[in-house]
Design a protein around this ligand. Structure first.
Ligand code: FE2
Ligand code: FE2
Length: 164
């Protein structure tokens, strides 16, 4: 099974823009960590990437940078739920992980200024001083929140549906 098949990516054009990132072993490691509910960090990033990409295309924004940076926006490689192991980090995870994701991304990939802005500022307004410089950063930040809320609450909706 190819990586594209593994994640059921039917949009070939989108896949071409992200394949050099998603096909690396290091990015595949994001699949070992849970982000919200039963969603791994990689499937979360992929969802944020694709939704942001489609919206960016509609609004004539830099959709290629959006797709690539959104895929890396949570590239921090630890389980932030594991409070005992990363207690100190957990307390400030929301504030520090964009910086860690940027550092990891720069270690493995070449990023343009827009991509750096998207990754490092996607938690705004939590990181109040890290104000997005570009429309694309604001877009990814909003899509991230929308996707995260959906992932977090989806198990509860299933439970509710089963009860009705
Ligand atoms: Fe994040
Ligand atoms: Fe995220």
């Amino acid at each position: 099974m190819t990586i594209r098949e593994k994640y059921h990516i039917l949009d070939y054009e989108f896949y071409n823009y992200i394949k050099d990132i998603i096909e690396t072993d290091i990015v595949q490691k994001m699949d070992n960590y849970i982000q919200h509910g039963s969603t791994t960090t990689l499937t979360h990033c992929l969802a944020v990437s694709y939704v942001s990409y489609r919206i960016a295309q509609k609004f004539n924004l830099d959709y290629i940078s959006v797709a690539r940076a959104a895929l890396l926006h949570d590239f921090f490689l630890y389980d932030w739920h594991n409070i005992k192991k990363v207690k100190k980090l957990f307390e400030k995870h929301g504030y520090v992980h964009p910086k860690i994701a940027l550092k990891n991304s720069l270690k493995y990939f070449e990023l343009n200024e827009l991509e750096k802005d998207i990754i490092s500022k996607h938690m705004w307004p939590l990181t109040i001083t890290k104000i997005p410089k570009y429309k694309e950063t604001m877009l990814v930040s909003m899509v991230d929140k929308y996707v995260s809320i959906k992932e977090f609450f989806s198990p509860y909706f299933i439970l509710l549906k089963n009860k009705i």
